[in-house]
Each structure stands twice: as C-alpha cells, then as structure tokens.
Design a protein around this ligand. Structure first.
Ligand SMILES: Cc1ncc(COP(=O)(O)O)c(C=O)c1O
Length: 367
C-alpha cells in the first residue's frame, strides 16, 4: 500500500463540478484579473478569519513582503522571526531590505519562543513574525503588549494555519496583520500559487492593495513603487469552493491526528506532537520526533509511505542567511528538532487503515 504525503484528488473530486462551472463563467466573461470572484473571496475570507479586510495577492511570500512593506520595513530595520520556519518567512524580510533576526523555538510545540522574541527587540525592530507552524497558532498574545507599546508590528505568518483558532480567535486575526499562502497543499489550497493579507486596519489593507497593484489605486496614477502581485480570478473560484468546506476538512484532519495519537500512545522512541493550551490545531502537518530520523525516514519511504521533513535545515544555517554571527549552535532547539522531526502523511480523506499502515511501518523502523 503506497500512501502519499498529501492526496489532493480527494478534495478535488468533491469540488470538481463547482470549479468547472466557476471557471466556465470566468472564461465566458474573460475577466481573468480582478474579476468579481476575487472580491467575493476577499469578503468571504475576511469574514471567515474574523477580520475587517482581506487583500488577495499572488502567493504567500508576496503576502508577507507586502505586509512588511506596508508597515514600513526596509533597509536599516530588523524583523524578528523563528529560525525553524519555511525559508519564505526570512526571504520576505530580506527582500524588503530589512535584516532578519532569528530566535529559537520551543522544542515541544515547535513554535516561536516568545520570550526570546521579546528579548531580541531593539530600537531598530520594525516587526515580529510569529509563524503558526504545522497548523497551530503561536502565542501571539505574549507579544502584543510589548509590541503595541513600542510600535513594533506583529505580522503573523499564517501560511500553515487557515481555520485554526487560539482562545477562539482565528488565524490571521491575532496580529496587526497576517500573510497567508494558498499554495495547493495548504489547508486552503488553490490550483496554483495564491496568497492573502488579512488585517483589521483599513490603512494597512489599503497600503497592501496599493503596493500589490503597481502602487496604484486609480489606473495610471502611481503614488508608490509597487508590484504586480494579484490574486488570480481562476484561483479565487477554487478558493471560494474550498473555503465552504474548510471547517469540515479541518475537522477530518483533527480526527486523523487524534487517531495517530491513539496509535502512537505508549510506543517507545517516538514523541507525538503537542498542542498548546487554548489552541484549536488544524494539523496542516503531523510532525513527530524520532531519534535516527534519517534512517527511519528511509525505511518509511522504502515501504511506500510518503513521510517528509519540514524542514531539514534551520534558516540561519541555509546559504542565503548564514552569517558569522549565527553559526551552528546559535539556536539549539531549532537545530535539535531539525534532526528529529518527521512529518507523517495527513490530509482530509486519509483512511484509518492507511494510518494504521503508517504506524506499523514506523514501529518496524523503530524496533
Ligand atoms: C510558513 C510559510 N511561510 C510562507 C510560505 C510561502 O508561501 P508561498 O509558497 O505561497 O509563497 C509558506 C509556504 O510555502 C510557508 O509554509
């Protein structure tokens, strides 16, 4: 039995008719950029996230960069982010000319160490970026008081957490603003690249929109140097169809994570993931920790199990971000977990027998 890391065909089968009809409407109208479906999705996603504004953009990396530019981040500024994230979080900081300042993570939840983040703030800090890694929300409330007082923006990296809640509040509503990705494999995934910025602040929303469309709110009137980074109309059709089902699909992920928890309970040599108090996790990834991870991964793959590593190298040790100031040993938790983490297959529609097989092969590898 071969088990993929993610199976998107199950979701597609459910929405295929709706997408075909929606795409036919776009084709008939030939409104490929900025069609009414984009505005409809932006309204729907803002409402879903519990914020006043959503601006659709081309991808999650652009969402973060545009959000950073909207808060004025640029050369001479510092932005604080966890060392254990996808490289895009750091790319967004560097691409707007600011300096990424990495901090360590909590080794149990894998989330940003908020004490370390607060300690890293200087008079040059423009933003702190808590990353909602693997589908649960970072404790953003621990950052807000100090950041609000100092005028430091809290920008959530919400790429992996659509629909997750913390103390009842949705992903994308906890910071001053948030950037999210609708890359196909995300909990809310498009059929290509797409992303969005969410915020309650009308000025920031307008600034992101302006920057995302050539620095212009009125055709051929350009008030700032901008980008071409818009949400595609075809993608908005897909995202609208999927958003209607997102809570149900996230519930299926929660059930699958619960079943993995049952299957792994009491098994030696594997640490199941933990959920912070107050969090409704949406299990974008199900990440366990094991010793001899590379050998275990090889065993799983040889048996046809689509296990993966998110992510093998902490960002401060990758070529674009390695500096003499933060060499190996700088962020011990991030470095430790990078050598132990293993993502097991999880997606809405994974069957109990598939999960049993995953855990059976994992047990063989650990025996
Ligand atoms: C944590 C995180 N941040 C940012 C991104 C960037 O999103 P995108 O691939 O849509 O540019 C991703 C996903 O790829 C991600 O997982």
């Amino acid at each position: 039995m071969t088990i993929p890391p993610v199976d998107l065909t199950i979701q597609h089968d459910e929405i295929a008719g709706e997408v075909a009809q929606g795409w036919a409407e776009v084709l008939a109208a030939t409104a490929f950029v900025g069609g009414p479906q984009v505005a409809e999705f932006e309204r729907a996603y803002a409402e879903f996230s519990g914020v006043a504004h959503c601006v659709g953009v081309a991808n999650g990396t652009d969402a973060l960069e545009l959000a950073l530019r909207a808060v004025g981040a640029g050369p001479g500024d510092e932005c604080v982010l966890p060392a254990n994230t996808f490289i895009a979080t750091a790319e967004a900081v560097a691409r707007c000319g600011a300096t990424p300042v990495f901090v360590d993570c909590d080794p149990e939840s894998f989330l940003l160490d908020t004490k370390a983040a607060l300690a890293a703030i200087t008079e040059r800090t423009r933003a702190v970026l808590p990353v909602h890694l693997y589908g649960q929300l970072a404790p953003v409330e621990a950052l807000r008081g100090v950041c609000d007082e100092l005028g430091v923006a809290v920008l959530e990296d919400a790429a992996q957490s659509q629909g997750a809640r913390r103390h009842g509040a949705r992903s994308g509503s906890l910071g001053h603003l948030a950037g999210t990705s609708f890359y196909p494999g995300k909990n809310l995934g498009a059929y290509g690249d797409a992303g969005a910025v969410t915020t309650d602040d009308p000025w920031l929303a307008e600034r992101v929109r302006l920057l995302s469309q050539h620095g212009s709110m009125q055709k051929y009137v350009h008030s700032a140097l901008g980008f071409n980074s818009r949400l595609d109309t075809m993608q908005a059709v897909v995202l609208l169809a999927k958003l209607r089902r997102l809570d149900a699909w996230n519930a299926a992920r929660v059930a699958a994570a619960g079943y993995y928890g049952e299957l792994l309970a009491g098994m030696d040599g594997v640490a199941a993931p933990t959920t912070l108090a107050g969090n409704d996790h949406v299990w974008h990834l199900y990440v366990v920790r094991v010793a001899e991870r590379d050998r275990v991964l090889e065993h799983l793959r040889a048996a046809g199990i689509g296990a993966a590593i998110h992510y093998p190298t902490p960002i401060h040790l990758t070529a674009p971000f390695a500096t003499a100031e933060h060499g190996p040993g700088s962020f011990p938790n991030a470095e430790l977990v990078a050598g132990q983490i293993l993502s097991l297959p999880i997606y809405p529609g994974i069957t109990r027998s598939q999960q049993e097989r995953v855990v059976q092969v994992l047990a063989e590898a650990l025996a």
